[in-house]
Design a protein around this ligand. Sequence first.
Ligand code: ATP
Ligand code: MG
Length: 301
Amino acid sequence: MDQAVGLRSRLKSSPYIPSDIGKSNSCAEGHIPRVISFTSGKGGVGKTNVVANLAFALSRQGKRVLVLDADLGLANIDILLGLAPRYTMRHVFSGEKTLDEILVEGPGGMRIMPASSGVQELADLSESQKLYLLNELEGLRNCIDILIIDTAAGISSNVVYFNLASHERVVIVTPEPTSIADAYALIKILSTKHDIKRFSILVNLAVTEAEAESVFKRLSMVTDRFLGSMSLDYWGLIPHDACIPRAVKKQRVVVDLYPEASSSRRFVELAESICNRNYEDRSDGNIKFFWKNLLQAPGAL
Ligand SMILES: Nc1ncnc2c1ncn2[C@@H]1O[C@H](COP(=O)(O)OP(=O)(O)OP(=O)(O)O)[C@@H](O)[C@H]1O
Ligand SMILES: [Mg+2]
């Protein structure tokens, strides 16, 4: 089926209305969800676990959370949460499903958009297809508070693309020198080629607070020295915690399965501080929402 025809027939004007609408009082006309990407230079540093646990903790704290699995080709978060979504963005592009039909509900009420195997096609949509899709996606705008993006690792164009489209970027780094070097490489590309100057740094898998602080200091020193005026906010650490792989094996989030675990307590604190942190929309005034950023970045994928 021609994609434009498919989209036109399927992307009707009925926006997605989640069952928990009204959960948060921030559902207002003109409301702009926060869009936070969790990213890393090196793979396997804990992005998907951080995203799943923070999404769970934020949902428990009354936020309407949508998780976008943007790790192309790898259905990470579904497996981590023991979900088996039948449809992805690809089905939306082909006109087989509407956007609301592909969303799946995860633990704590978070919603997941299984985008992985369809996101690549965003780059190939025509202008009219993008417009139809944008209308549908705009329907989500008033119904979510926080959109969390789990990106792939590295400095590929799609990683850069999702980082550019976000309001806030959290770079996850571990104490391994390779992870610090790769985090620097990612920050360097985003800062020198795309003028992104503000990042949050979350240190995962540190054993002590002192170790995490020293990771942050090393990264700040090197960015200060070679990239000039940058703003790195330290988000603290998620400790190395054997409960995380145990929860992974059971396809549950650690915050739910082992609420007293050291990592669970940190995830809950972090979720609270995300809610309390003053959020200003620093994005381009003409491009108010992530979807517009995403769809209007020409050929960025
Ligand atoms: N704080 C932690 N303590 C102990 N183990 C952890 C911690 N964080 C993550 N892990 C383990 O590290 C592994 C990688 O985690 P995860 O899949 O979340 O990384 P990722 O950055 O999403 O990887 P990828 O780049 O492949 O998407 C998992 O096996 C997980 O159990
Ligand atoms: Mg992952």
